[in-house]
Design a protein. Structure first.
Length: 255
């Protein structure tokens, strides 16, 4: 179930756990992420066990307002949520860690964010492997992050890898893990943010699709219509998503 939450409340949840060095796992879900949960009972269980499921896309917010009368006035966009958390972390001296993307993207991300936020303490930045973990890799990664002293870990592996990652490693790492999707690319300057009017009208998917059609065609051509179909069924009370899902296996994950 996606949380009916705004930026201020979402940031405060994350910072409370960061100050106390408590386990916390969250993500900002757009249409693609919602549909992965609807299609996979195991992924649905993972998502529903996270501490924060923020409504990333405008269509997700509109669906919440339609179905549950939440009266949300804005979405909680992953890149903007990440920026607000970074601002709070810099102001409070909370060390952060970036996991995912490429070395080049991470270098640009760290440089740009430290220039914009002089008080930002970056405990570490590590590129994702985008493959199944090998024996011992998970334990070594956990040890590196914990040894860094990071109090917040941003994860940019893409849906659904990143949600599986933060769910699986939540208790092992023991500090907030926040899945932020393409936020690394945006804040590193790899992509330009869509104009405000595109964002307000829920057309960011078209902006992303135009930028990366070969990689994203399946996500938007297949998943967007499926989201609308499931929304129509739920609005007509012909279908209701399960809040449980299948038991989560403890097998290898993508790092």
């Amino acid at each position: 179930m996606v949380d009916a939450i705004d930026y201020e409340a979402a940031v405060e949840r994350i910072m409370v756990a960061a100050r106390a060095a408590e386990p916390f796992a969250g993500t900002a879900l757009a249409v693609h992420g919602i549909v992965t949960g609807a299609r996979s009972a195991e992924q649905r269980r993972r998502l529903n066990q996270l501490d924060l499921l923020a409504p990333d896309g405008q269509p997700v917010r509109w669906a919440q307002n339609l179905l549950y009368k939440t009266h949300l006035t804005d979405r909680v966009y992953g890149p903007f949520l990440m920026k607000r958390v970074l601002e709070r972390a810099a102001g409070e001296g909370v060390p952060v860690y970036f996991y995912g993307a490429s070395e080049e993207t991470l270098a640009n991300l760290v440089a740009k964010q430290q220039a914009a936020l002089p008080g930002l303490r970056v405990a570490g930045a590590e590129e994702g492997q985008y493959r199944r973990e090998q024996p011992g890799e998970r334990d070594a990664l956990v040890a590196r992050i914990k040894a860094s002293g990071a109090r917040i870990v941003f994860v940019g592996l893409g849906v659904p890898r990143q949600e599986t990652f933060v769910h699986t490693l939540r208790d092992d790492i023991g500090v907030p893990l926040l899945a932020v999707g393409a936020a690394f690319d945006y804040h590193a300057g790899k992509f330009d943010f869509p104009p405000p009017w595109v964002q307000r009208r829920g057309l960011e998917w078209a902006w992303r699709f135009a930028a990366e059609p070969r990689r994203l065609w399946k996500r938007y051509v297949l998943y967007n219509p499926l989201f609308l179909w499931l929304l129509a069924l739920q609005a007509a009370r012909l279908w209701r998503p399960s809040t449980e899902g299948a038991p989560v296996t403890g097998g290898p994950i993508d790092l």
